[in-house]
Design a binder for this molecule. Structure first.
Ligand SMILES: C[S@@+](CC[C@H](N)C(=O)[O-])C[C@H]1O[C@@H](n2cnc3c(N)ncnc32)[C@H](O)[C@@H]1O
Length: 282
């Protein structure tokens, strides 16, 4: 793990170093053959888009395609979701209505939200999808430790390849501030296609209005797409994708939790474009 390149090293390390067991993290990192582990999930047909592969997220070279990012993700995240990570993640679960039977967590990362979903809805079939095979390695490790049966899938949230009308609930936690708005819009079109009529999408991320007022913080966190995300409006993106019953709630000023529904009488989804991406109008 190239410690000097991480956000942890550059900004958070002085603050939280004393709270972390760095030796244990380093030992964990060295305990895995990342190529082999990643191959357990890697989809060889996947082409990484430039907004993802060509970027350094959080100051980490190669972003989430660097296994070091996967190892340091949870230790950092617990300190960057005020007032605390558990409350933010539980607030998303509390916003979900009913008892979904098939759940898809897009941009699932190390599975922190995915595991909580499985624990909240134990009889549901839960799938986590992410573009980084190394994040999926970490997610699978955590699921095994917790005894959670979750399917992990390496793929693009905006072109999942999953069947239309096949999911009751889609969750999206902390993904949209890391994608260009056109991709966030494309992901919502894909959600509409995947959901059954009456199905829900539930999203937690930085509150866009709040982020617009703390531009300096966005620079500190070295997020390549966060300014564009902050300038946008999730409710508008949901309406563009034909979602209804949009309910947005502010959570501890910095976060927004939004739930929306695919109408019960929704028309059949339009076909994807030749590239597999939805024609996005943002
Ligand atoms: C900030 S992390 C959030 C992870 C997790 N949802 C959580 O709540 O901790 C963003 C994740 O989105 C993934 N990601 C980014 N763009 C993606 C895309 N287009 N399709 C699928 N995953 C994507 C990254 O690999 C990363 O794991």
């Amino acid at each position: 793990m190239a410690a000097q390149q991480t956000l942890w090293a550059q900004f958070l390390q002085p603050l939280i170093r004393s709270l972390l067991d760095e030796q244990a993290l380093q030992a964990f990192y060295e305990s895995k053959d990342w190529q082999t582990e990643g191959d357990r999930f890697r989809n060889p047909d996947l082409t990484y888009p430039d907004y993802y592969a060509g970027q350094n997220f959080h100051g980490i070279t190669d972003g989430y395609l660097n296994p070091g990012a996967a190892v340091s993700y949870d230790p950092i995240t617990q300190y960057v979701l005020p007032p605390n990570e558990d409350w933010v993640r539980q607030a998303l679960i509390d916003a979900i209505g009913g008892q979904p039977r098939r759940i898809l967590d897009l941009g699932c990362g190390t599975g922190s939200q995915t595991l909580r979903l499985k624990q909240a809805f134990p009889s549901a079939a839960v799938t986590g999808l992410d573009l980084s095979p190394y994040m999926l390695v970490m997610a699978d490790d955590k699921a095994a430790t917790a005894g959670c049966n979750i399917t992990w899938r390496h793929g693009l949230a905006e072109a999942t390849g999953l069947a239309a009308n096949s999911v009751d609930l889609i969750t999206i936690a902390l993904l949209f501030h890391e994608t260009p708005p056109a991709i966030a819009q494309a992901i919502l079109h894909e959600c509409f296609r995947l959901l059954v009529p009456g199905g829900q999408v539930a999203i937690v991320d930085g509150r866009q209005a709040a982020l617009r007022s703390v531009e300096w913080l966005n620079r500190v966190f070295e997020e390549p797409h966060i300014q564009a995300y902050a300038a946008g409006d999730l409710d508008t993106w949901l309406r563009n994708a034909n979602f209804q019953a949009i309910r947005a709630q502010e959570f501890w000023w910095l976060h927004q939790i939004t739930v929306a529904q695919k109408p019960l009488l929704a028309a059949s989804p339009a076909p994807a474009t030749a590239s597999g991406h939805w024609a996005a109008a943002v």
